[in-house]
Design a protein around this ligand. Structure first.
Ligand code: NAD
Ligand code: LMR
Length: 328
């Protein structure tokens, strides 16, 4: 009998929750392994009622891999015994805001959740999606004493997926032909999506897309500003694509990464690529398929790219300064 995997999702009654839960439950993410969903949202009657509605729909899908659903407003219940905690629950930005504007309102959420994770979860992995996700991840990990910082990730996979789509579109190929794209730094307008090491159908992206001005200008800018563009178009922040990226992250960490491939996530900085320590910053990583990861080493980056990485990491240091009272 295969042991079920317990997965907590916070903000489960929200937009991203409505997309992500069905893909966690369907068998797509964990294969044949039964899944117990532990769903957290705010202790507000209407919110809990909406959460019950989502749980009803999950039941109605009849997924063979869904072994249980628990709805709660208590983080200690939500995180009890989980292998994965997806920390989505927090306020999204609206038009005209930067993600960092959310720091004072959303940051404190991750203190209590870090404490609850420390008490309840065993060998878990945590993916922070709620913005500003790198710094919220730092707050959660710092308030989760005794749990290795390497078990926490902030999501930059959406940025990588956006970069892949931009390159594929420009080169006139499918997304499947794009590989080795990395996102460095903060999930903010300063992030650096690296094309210098990317491949298109096995060839250097720079030799396929010969337009360096486009790569350094429009490509980087489009990825950096995509979240804002979606808010301007939809009036709400990205949700289905964010949920999809979180599913990609979990799936990629659960399996051993194929040789020569990698994916992006904000991880506890080990100083690679001259990144300062003491922050969660995005880098290319590979998974060992057992919950561990390694940062891809030795990528060649121009001085121009290194300057971009320095700037985005400086922004993370500044965000850390803003939340220093929230860190243990
Ligand atoms: P939403 O407003 O639709 O849903 C958020 C949910 O979180 C709500 O149900 C709310 O009640 C709940 N919530 C708020 N505080 C909570 C708390 N303390 N504990 C538990 N639940 C809580 O928002 P959304 O569109 O689902 O976005 C959620 C977050 O994800 C936002 O911060 C958004 O900016 C972020 N986001 C990040 C990425 C990324 O790439 N990292 C992408 C998209 C969105
Ligand atoms: C995104 O990148 O779409 C999210 O972080 C939402 C936002 O505020 O841009």
């Amino acid at each position: 009998m295969v042991q079920p995997i317990r997965v907590a999702v916070t903000g489960a009654a929200g937009q991203i929750g409505y997309s992500i839960l069905f893909r966690l439950a369907s068998g797509e993410t964990f294969g044949n392994r039964p899944v117990i969903l532990q769903l957290l949202d705010l202790p507000i009657p209407e919110v809990q009622k909406a959460l019950q509605g989502v749980a009803m729909e999950l039941q109605d899908c009849g997924f063979k891999s869904l072994a249980g659903i628990e709805c709660t407003d208590d983080p200690n219940v939500a995180f009890n015994g989980v292998s994965w905690a997806l920390l989505v629950g927090s306020k999204p930005r609206g038009p005209g805001m930067a993600r960092a504007d959310l720091i004072r309102e959303n940051g404190p959420i991750f203190i209590g959740q870090g404490n609850a994770l420390e008490k309840g979860a065993g060998d878990m992995r945590v993916l922070v999606v709620g913005n500003p996700c790198n710094t919220n991840c730092l707050i959660a990990a710092s308030n989760c004493k005794g749990v290795p910082k390497e078990r926490f990730f902030a999501m930059t996979r959406l940025d990588e997926n956006r970069a892949i789509a931009q390159l594929a579109n420009k080169a006139g190929v499918t997304n499947a032909e794009i590989s080795r794209v990395s996102v460095f730094g903060n999930h903010s307008e300063s992030m650096y999506p690296d094309f210098e090491n990317a491949k298109i159908a096995g060839k250097s992206a720079k030799t396929v897309i010969k337009d360096l001005k486009w790569l350094r200008g429009e490509f980087v800018g489009n990825v950096q500003n995509r979240g804002k563009a979606i808010i301007a178009a939809r009036g709400k922040s990205s949700a289905a694509s964010a949920a999809s990226a979180a599913i990609d992250h979990v799936k990629d960490l659960e399996k051993k990464t194929a040789r020569g491939q990698w994916f992006s996530a904000a991880v506890w900085s080990d100083g690679s690529y001259d990144s300062p320590k003491g922050i969660y910053t995005s880098m290319p990583i590979t998974s060992d398929g057992k919950g561990g990861y390694s940062v891809v080493q030795g990528l060649k980056l121009s001085k121009w790219a290194k300057d971009k990485i320095r700037v985005t990491n400086e922004e993370l240091l500044a965000e850390r300064e803003v939340v220093k009272e929230l860190l243990k």
